[in-house]
Design a protein around this ligand. Sequence first.
Ligand code: GDP
Ligand code: MG
Length: 494
Amino acid sequence: MVFCVQVVDSRIDGSVTMGNRGMEELIPLVNKLQDAFSTIGQSYNLDLPQIAVVGGQSAGKSSVLENFVGRDFLPRGSGIVTRRPLVLQLVSASTEYAEFLHCRGKLFLDFQEVRQEIEAETTRLTGPNKGLSPVPINLRVYSPHVLNLTLVDLPGITKVPVGDQPADIEYQVRDMIMQFICRENCLVLAVTPANTDLANSDALKLAKDVDPQGQRTIGVITKLDLMDEGTDARHILENRLLPLRRGYIGLVNRSQKDIDGKKGIEAALAAERRFFLTHPAYRHMADRMGTPHLQKVLNQQLTNHIRDSLPAFRSRLQGQLLALDKEVEDYKHFKAHDPERKTKALLLLIQKFSADFEKHIEGSGHLVDTEELSGGARINRIFHERFPFELVKMEFDERELRREISYAIRNIHGIRTGLFTPDQAFEAIVKKQIVKLKGPCVKCVDMVIQELIATVRQCTAMVHIPVLSVCLSLCVSVRPYRQVVEICLVQFAK
Ligand code: GDP
Ligand code: MG
């Protein structure tokens, strides 16, 4: 970590007085940072400048990315195909190949294999049941046809779960997109098909939530070829309908028929150019439309954006570097038996343990388990499913109860015949019933304790040995809760 920050830091120093050449290297520089942060984990992520691609399902996001690369390499299909963010780094180079961060050094020359690897890597974390994971896949494509550019492909916004997708899929997707686009340093490429109502565009709505002034949103209108005859998107593309500071760019990608008929991307780009040059509504702005123009604009805007955010970014990195240097300095004077250090280490471990434990109980969007319930979710299930089930299962004889009520009332009245039902009868009966709840309550408390212990074990496994004893003693201190519940019930019944 220290090493990577230092390397990067000297590069940034060197690029303060940048010429054109320096500018070209800005995006590769951020790519390096992105890789470094991906390798060491999300927590160090410094809000890097990037472009996130958002849009509804089948809006044409994958088509846009494939056109940039000039290759078919993204998984296709119905439903949610993109289930992990794909950080796609395009690097201008003389030869063409692809490389994944998770298997560095293995060069992919065949883009069919790239597609298979994306699918395999997606399934590796999410399982086969169409779950989502926020952990990105990093793919770098070197090619003579691309301009330096880094884009994050995100799952398509969806409304209705299909197949065995979880019921809250809409919120899961939205959450994941938000994690990226809510950062100030993220440009939003909002992809909207022209054959739907722009005012209802999912992508533009989401973008507006995080960027109400339209400062960092770039509009992309796809499927211009599919608009109803007699209608066109001229007023949108001229940035008059819903103005964005960075404007809109119109595209025509390959249709499904083109893809099935194996129409190459080169031919598709030529057809797109022809479309804009010959269309009466777009002819006058043909030079500002189409995939190559979008690629150029994104390259420029991302470069400028990085340049603008560099000073703040640099000072944040330097802050981290200083802190790390201090830590390194501390280690130089490391004495194994220094009590101060021991206490500090113990406190850090306990803090980490406590944070992990809280995450397990309160839930978190990080590294979501799609295989089974655990921690807080299990406890929730015990309370809301298991406990009611136990109550329903309780044997209950109404005739017996009526007999008991009648005897209680008559015993209280003694020789007299009462007019009203006495309170004491009610109390005596209810107390007897409450005691019956003890069994199911204690059973559920036991289950919750088991779950808490399992959670503590899981957290201690991550934190290493010394804390183990502390945690196990914590576990032991969970036991008395059972006694507390028992006492409460007894008191309640009194
Ligand atoms: P994604 O779900 O947003 O990634 O969308 P895709 O890129 O997979 O596109 C969905 C479908 O729309 C595919 O069948 C594409 O061929 C088709 N499509 C995308 N863009 C266009 C376009 O500009 N014109 C036409 N006719 N079809 C398009
Ligand atoms: Mg797609």
